[in-house]
Design a protein around this ligand. Structure first.
Ligand SMILES: CSC[C@H]1O[C@H](OP(=O)(O)O)[C@H](O)[C@@H]1O
Length: 333
């Protein structure tokens, strides 16, 4: 199966797969400036912590390319708006801010405008290459945990679309399947935006991995009575103590796994770990539009004029996490 390229740098444009159109339509968009990249991140046309970080880096490089002055101080002043626009897109995924910080550092140290622009593009490609390599190693390290005959439950989407590489949790699963292990996957649909039903199902079908799609509310039913051997999910930000922010619904699945004695793993690259925060209490949880809850595929399902909550993530305390699958190996929680 040909590898998916959710993000591709064209030197003066950024090509992405519009993930909001999948699985019905595989639409590629060429983003021509930082505003289009920022909008694509905000609207989840490109999504998934590692993919967000990569797109953020290219978006900043693209925006900097289009700053016309050759005066370094004027360039740095205009650059701040480019960086700020990307930083304001989504607050939770650590990878985005890792990219912004590395790009800001490049501009702060560049001796002139031409060097700054060249180094920004090169740094974005370095960030991209690193995420591809990290997820390749995560897939290998994690596949070793999966046994022949296992049923693995996963939540949201953490495959090539979400990472630009092999995937994190889904990369682990796909690699185990490619190694010949007879596995089955239970993939949750992941309301409200259905990344599981739309994207994980699309990726697993492309790879011919046996899976069944379930609603989020079915997770406990299948974990009860040892019908699930392992849970593996992704992450958006991991605090120093191991508390982990991931797609809304992850905390509930972690508690259910703990209750049923099922190992619960987080798969994530080191770029998702945030050493600056001590616990998950410090993680900003993105609150998204109520329309994502009151509408399904654009059709209104709930009455108008009601109060709605739509946190995009929740935080799983470290004590519910068996271990972290990273490019450097398995870290015990
Ligand atoms: C390897 S992707 C990590 C993470 O990103 C997803 O969130 P979103 O679809 O809102 O970008 C989800 O939380 C995945 O687990």
């Amino acid at each position: 199966m040909s590898s998916i390229k959710p993000v591709e740098w064209l030197g003066d444009r950024l090509m992405i797969i519009d993930q909001t159109r999948l699985p019905q339509h595989e639409i590629y968009l060429e983003l021509a400036d930082v505003h289009q990249v920022a909008e694509a991140i905000k609207s989840l046309k490109v999504r998934g912590a590692p993919s967000i970080g990569v797109a953020a880096a290219y978006g900043i490089a693209l925006g900097a390319q289009q700053i016309e002055t050759q005066d370094l101080e004027e360039f740095r002043k205009a650059y701040k708006n480019v960086s700020a626009e990307i930083a304001a897109t989504r607050p939770t995924a650590r990878n985005l801010f890792m990219a912004v910080e590395r790009m800001d550092d490049i501009v702060g140290r560049a001796p002139d405008v031409i060097s700054a622009k060249d180094r920004l593009a090169a740094e974005a490609e370095k960030i991209h290459d690193a995420e591809i390599e990290s997820t390749r190693l995560i897939a290998q390290n994690g596949a070793a945990l999966i046994r022949d005959g296992d049923t693995i439950l996963t939540h949201c989407n953490t495959g090539p679309l979400a990472t630009t590489g092999s995937g994190t949790a889904l990369g682990v699963i796909i690699e185990a399947f490619r190694q010949g292990k007879k596995i089955e996957v239970l993939a949750t649909e992941t309301r409200p935006l259905c990344q599981g039903a739309r994207l994980t199902a699309w990726e697993l079908r492309r790879e011919h991995v046996p899976f069944r799609l379930i609603t989020d509310s079915m997770a406990g039913h299948f974990m009860k009575g040892a019908r699930v051997d392992m849970v593996v999910v992704g992450a958006d930000r991991i605090a120093r103590n191991g508390d982990t922010a991931n797609k809304i619904g992850t905390y509930s699945i972690a508690v259910l796994a703990h209750e049923n004695g099922i190992p619960f793993y987080i798969a994530a690259p080191s770029t998702t770990f945030d050493q600056r925060i001590a616990t998950g209490d410090e993680i900003v949880i993105e609150e998204r539009s109520p329309d994502e809850v009151t509408h399904l595929y654009g059709k209104r399902t709930a009455p108008e004029g009601i109060e709605v909550c739509n946190p995009a993530f929740d935080v799983t305390p470290a004590n519910y996490i068996t271990g972290f699958i990273t490019e450097n190996g398995i870290l015990k929680s």
